[in-house]
Design a protein around this ligand. Structure first.
Ligand SMILES: N[C@@H](CCC(=O)N[C@@H](CS)C(=O)NCC(=O)O)C(=O)O
Length: 234
């Protein structure tokens, strides 16, 4: 299987899953060259050049959550997903979707507003950032309410997979890691999220993933935290 990869991006999830399940893979990326990695993908898959894309069994597939689901079903042999009848199954599926469907959508939404308004995320009106405020005109769930919900879940579950680590933990890990960059909120300051982060980052497959996916260390897109800059500055 070939994984189109860009350092610091969501392809990390696919690599981590492969490392957990022992799925052989090759990476297509240009080390230290985010634009070069993206151009390689644009050439291979011009119709939807967003990362990750995989090439497997003669076909292309994109959308990280869907890729993880397919690979887990095909190669997992019961690993990284609770049984359908298990009490952990609904939570696992919820967080598989929440990672992109609610969490990343709202974090990037806030970041896009900041880019359009040309102000740091911390200078956005309070309602966007903190969510429901009874007297605020903006009645939406914002990042800090989302992180409180996530932290509460982890106060009575070891993992997003429930009692055992699952693909949902891999999905949520990326979204929580980039929270600091996108909206300048350190999820490590939430005690249960911090406990969970330490634990999952202690997995041998995580260390192998970091070595393969980030050979020059963590590259947070080369962007300053929470600033309205859409691209790396020269
Ligand atoms: N929901 C998609 C999001 C994919 C996505 O937005 N990837 C980013 C990199 S992490 C990307 O390729 N951005 C470039 C673009 O949006 O054009 C997934 O989970 O795979």
């Amino acid at each position: 299987m070939l994984i189109y990869h860009i350092e610091g991006r969501r392809s990390f999830r696919v690599i981590w899953l492969c490392e957990e399940l022992g799925i052989p893979y090759q990476l297509q990326f240009k080390r230290g060259d985010l634009l070069g990695s993206m151009m390689a993908l644009r050439t291979a898959y011009p119709l939807m050049p967003i990362v990750p894309v995989i090439e497997d069994r003669g076909g292309y597939m994109m959308e990280s959550g869907a890729i993880l689901e397919v690979l887990t079903a095909r190669y997992g042999k019961g690993r990284l997903a609770p049984e359908v009848e298990s009490p952990d199954y609904p939570g696992h599926v919820q967080w598989m979707h929440f990672a992109e469907g609610t969490l990343m959508a709202r974090l990037t939404g806030e970041r896009f507003v900041s880019m359009a308004m040309q102000v740091p995320v911390t200078a956005l009106p309070k309602g966007y950032r903190h969510g429901i405020e009874p007297l605020n005109a903006v009645m939406m769930v914002g990042p800090s309410q989302i992180f409180s919900y996530v932290d509460d879940y982890l106060s009575h579950h070891a993992y997003f997979g429930g009692a055992r680590f699952s693909a949902a933990d891999i999905m949520m890990h990326f979204s929580l890691r980039v929270a600091k960059l996108l909206v300048a909120i350190d999820t490590g300051s939430y005690p249960n999220i911090a406990r969970w982060q330490r634990e999952v980052q202690g997995r041998p497959a995580y260390s192998r993933t970091v070595a393969a996916a980030l050979p020059d260390g963590m590259n947070e897109y080369m962007l300053p935290e929470g600033q309205p800059l859409p691209f790396p500055q020269p």
